[in-house]
Write a protein that binds this ligand. Structure first.
Ligand code: CAP
Ligand code: MG
Length: 453
């Protein structure tokens, strides 16, 4: 029976095309959601049939015609695969464009949009692999989302920091510090010149440090460092917890202690993220999003969901900071692709930009902008590359690159701040930081021992 079923699916005995999910003449409406899938059909499966199957399974269809189809306005409700092209240089793979009528989606719900678009199709037998490469969200749909609670511009105003990237660091070791020792790291990092410190993705409320202790010691350090430096400082308090009740309780306590920012991990899920965003909007709080877990479905080039799609969904859902890769650090990322993710976060309008992986124009309809975060194995010696790749609207986060400094945490923070300011100054004076970056760092290091070290 199983062999028979498998043959039936993989031998192309599929009826999606016949069922109306392939419409080569279809011109997407301005109000349609349009998706680009990278599909690897099984041997013997016609690529057009595979594209139609994706359109079918991600909208109205099941594997066969059902009587009840006729009880709906099925022509409207059926998604339409309207173009299939071979992927250059990737034999066996095709790009398939699929359009979805807006009526298929609930307003302002990422959970609903994703349940359709990535619900079933990724484990569908006729496909060897499938990847959602990009998505065009129509303005009409964008307008149903509230987006970032604070946004890049208001964040800069609240922090009173302009004309340069912001600096941060993730407290290390990831796990094991007591509250008091943890607070010491926060104080030294902020006092040394960083704007933000950060909880790691897996710090929640473990036996070695209960979350309330963490919040108390962190905020004590933030307040002392702000007083000592005269600057607004923050530390992303990770409010990730087992339930929404835990998350709200932690967020409320962060607010009570005067924090300007909370953090949440991507693993909490779309509805939880949208709830956190709603809460933050009411309490004037910045939301830092750590994309913990994304690599499980974004990394493979032929299967999963591209991070540019995740970034679009997160901008709609409502986060203010988003880890979007570094291109030069310890984690994988091609420079142009990573720039594409940054543009999704912080442009008012994305133009199609194929080298950066942006397949569609995307009008963000004045939705607030997200501050992208470069983090993961970066250090002061790469300051010229980071500034040149990402410009000013980015948070550069050096965890090991601060706390691993040979002269201590505060020295690590000083080295980063001096390297950044020297590089911004050189750039503003018109120097070519790509060419002269290392020399600019050497010059700055002459009067800054921590940077020289
Ligand atoms: C960075 C980090 C972050 C990664 C996540 C870490 O520490 O805290 O989790 O940046 O990746 O644990 O690796 P370092 P991404 O600065 O010490 O490397 O930002 O790509 O989501
Ligand atoms: Mg981490």
């Amino acid at each position: 029976i199983i062999r028979d079923a498998r043959q039936r699916y993989s031998a192309g005995v599929l009826k999606y095309r016949q069922m109306g999910y392939w419409e080569p003449d279809y011109v997407p409406k301005d109000t349609d959601v349009v998706c680009l899938f990278r599909i690897t059909p099984q041997e013997g499966v016609d690529p057009v049939e595979a594209a139609a199957a994706v359109a079918g399974e991600s909208s109205t269809a099941t594997w066969t015609v059902v009587w009840t189809d006729r009880l709906t306005a099925c022509d409207t409700y059926r998604a339409k695969a309207f173009k299939v092209e071979p992927v250059p240089g990737q034999p066996g793979q095709v790009f398939a464009w699929v359009a979805y009528d807006l009526i298929l989606f609930e307003e302002g719900s990422i959970a609903n949009m994703t349940a359709s678009l990535i619900g079933n199709v990724f484990s569908f037998k006729p496909l060897k692999a499938c990847r959602l490469e990009d998505i065009r969200i129509p303005v009409a749909y964008v307008k149903t989302f509230k987006g970032p609670p604070t946004g890049l511009i208001v964040e800069r105003e609240r922090l009173d920091k302009f004309g340069r990237p912001l600096l941060g660091a993730t407290t290390k070791p990831k796990l094991g510090l007591s509250g008091r020792n943890y607070g010491r790291v926060i104080y030294e990092g902020l006092k040394g010149g960083l704007d933000f410190m950060k909880d790691d993705e897996n710090i929640n409320s473990q036996p070695f440090m209960h979350w309330r202790d963490r919040f108390l010691y962190v905020m004590d350090a933030v307040n002392k460092a702000s007083a000592a430096t005269g600057e607004v400082k923050g530390s992303y308090l990770n409010v990730t917890g087992a339930t929404m009740e835990d998350i709200y309780e932690r967020a409320e306590f962060a607010k009570e202690l005067g924090s300007v920012v909370i953090m949440v991990d991507l693993v909490v899920g779309w509805s939880a993220i949208q709830s956190v965003a709603n809460w933050a909007r009411k309490h004037d709080m910045i939301v830092h999003m750590h994309r913990a877990g994304h690599g499980t479905y974004t990394r493979q080039k032929s299967h999963g969901v591209s991070f540019r799609v995740i970034a679009k969904w997160l901008r709609l859902a409502g986060v203010d900071h988003l880890h979007a890769g570094t291109a030069v650090g310890k984690l994988e990322g091609d420079p142009l692709m990573v720039q594409g993710y940054y543009n999704v976060c912080r442009e008012a309008y994305n133009r199609q930009d194929l080298p950066r992986g942006l397949f569609f124009d995307q009008d963000w309809a004045d939705l607030k902008k997200v501050m992208p975060v470069a983090s993961g194995g970066i250090h002061a010696g790469q300051m010229h590359q980071l500034l040149s790749l990402f410009g000013d609207d980015v948070i550069l986060q050096f965890g090991g690159g601060t706390i691993g400094h040979p002269a201590g945490i505060q020295a690590g923070a000083v080295a980063n701040r001096v390297a950044l300011e020297a590089m911004v100054k050189a750039r503003n004076e018109g120097r070519d930081i790509d060419e002269e970056g290392p020399e600019i760092l050497q010059q700055a290091a002459r009067w800054c021992a921590p940077l020289a070290q």
